[in-house]
Ligand binder design. Sequence first.
Ligand code: ZN
Length: 241
Amino acid sequence: MDERLRKIINDSKNVVFFGGAGVSTESNIPDFRSEEGLYNAKNKYGLSPEEMISHSFYLKNTETFFKYYKENLIYREAEPNKAHIALAKLEEEGKVKAVITQNIDGLHQLAGSKKVHELHGSVHRNYCTECDSFYDLEFIMDEKNCESHIPICPKCGGIIKPDVVLYEEPLRESVINEAVMAIMNADTLIIGGTSLVVYPAAGLITYFKGKNLVLINKSKTPYDNRADLVINDNIGKVMGD
Ligand code: ZN
C-alpha cells in the first residue's frame, strides 16, 4: 500500500471507502459508459448505453434490454482485485466501517466485505415483478429460465427484474441514507476509481466533515484541491500489498 495512505489509515478510527467504476475495471469489468462501451452499444443497437439500460427501454423493449444487459453488464468470471481484498482486510481489522459503491458486480462481498452500500443495486439480486420472489444471477442467466432472454418466474409467470437501479429510476432512499450516515461518521474518506463528476458521488462528498479526504483516481477530479492526499494511479496498485 502507498505509504502516505497507510499512515492516514493507521491514524484513523473510522474509514469509509467510496468507489466508482475504476474499482471494477481493474477486475476486467469494462465501464459500459466508456468510449468503447458507447461505441459498441451505438454500433449494435443504435442507442447509447444509458438509453439501453433505462427504465423506459426496459418497459418498451424488454427482450432487447435483457440481451444488452446480459451481454454488457454481467461478468461472472470477474474476481476481486487488490483494492477489494485490501478493503475487506481493513474492515476485518476494524479500520474500514463501510464501503459505498456505484458498482453492481458484488465483488466487495466476494472479497469478504460485510458492510457494503450498493448505490446502484446488484446483479446478484433479482426479483419477480409480480410475486417478489428472489432469484440469483445464475437463474436469470440460464436461458432455460427465459423466454427470448427475458427471465420468467416459474411460480407465477411474471418477469424477473434485476435489483439494479436503471437510468430514470431513483436511487433507493434507504441506501442513500445509510451511505450519508457512514460518510458523516467517518474520520477518513477514501474515494477511488471515480472522476467525481457524476451524481451521486459529487453530492455525497459534501457530507464528509472528517479529517482526511483521500482521492485515488487515474485522472484529476474537481475535488483534488480539497483533498488531503491525491494519488493519480490505479486503485489496486495504490491499495494492494
Ligand atoms: Zn413470480
